[in-house]
Design a binder for this molecule. Structure first.
Ligand SMILES: [Mg+2]
Length: 235
């Protein structure tokens, strides 16, 4: 497995040396880019009556097998109709809170905005998350969810609708920042956007890049992003 800071691809980026013009618009994914999802998983672990450690172990195993969180709940609670627990989960979770935000989010958005970049938030989320994100007053130019766009990543329709929402002719003007290789990196590159892989959260740590996939930027946190993009643009 290739890990950040060791060998191979997927290492954190050096200052960017690209021939392409720098993107003018930065789109930030939600889960594990803005929002630490620890509470999401803790509430599910409580609902199915298992420990946080067991839940995390099974989630990690599922991700390593190319599956996702939807395969975890039937494994941990085969006799529970977990789909029927979704409302209970939502009630206990209570939506996004200030302390769910990664600490580097607000400084990153402030620096990007001050440097003249347009910043948009867009991810796979239910419709009610838009108001919760707007209530956090992140200072971004737009917030939009898959529910509003009418398609979920990695469906190309998500990125087509996102491009239309942003109102940009050339998708290469957009840098999509996400934690998942499949949903974010491969899918945004496929849509003609530029890509930044943020290696945090369970997918960001466990997934690996296919040989023919090369995001413009690989990071372990958002702190360096404004400087990397500014140097890319102005260099
Ligand atoms: Mg995510």
């Amino acid at each position: 497995m290739s890990r950040p800071g060791t060998t191979g691809r997927g290492e954190p980026s050096e200052p960017v040396d690209h021939h392409d013009p720098a993107p003018r618009i930065v789109v930030l994914d939600v889960g594990e880019v803005l929002i630490d999802e620890t509470r999401v998983w803790q509430v599910w672990a409580d609902l199915v009556g298992t420990s946080a450690a067991t839940f995390a172990a099974v989630l990690g195993a599922a991700i390593s097998q190319g599956q996702d969180h939807r395969s975890v709940l039937p494994l941990l609670a085969p006799n529970l109709a977990w789909e029927e627990l979704a409302d209970e989960h939502e009630e206990r979770y209570g939506g996004f809170r200030e302390d769910d935000l990664y600490a580097d989010v607000r400084p990153c958005i402030a620096e990007l905005t001050a440097a003249g970049f347009t910043v948009v938030v867009a991810g796979n989320q239910p419709a009610q998350r838009t108001a919760q994100l707007e209530a956090l007053a992140l200072g971004v130019d737009d917030v939009v969810t898959s529910a509003e766009l009418g398609a979920e990543k990695p469906d190309p329709a998500f990125f087509a609708a996102l491009q239309e929402r942003i109102g940009v002719d050339d998708p290469a003007d957009v840098l999509y920042v996400g934690d998942r290789v499949d949903n974010d990196v491969v899918a945004s590159l496929g849509a003609g956007m530029q890509s930044c892989w943020l290696r945090r959260g369970p997918w960001g740590v466990l997934q690996e890049l296919p040989d023919d996939v090369e995001p413009a930027i690989v990071l372990e946190g958002l702190g360096e992003l404004p400087t990397l993009l500014t140097v890319w643009r102005d260099g």
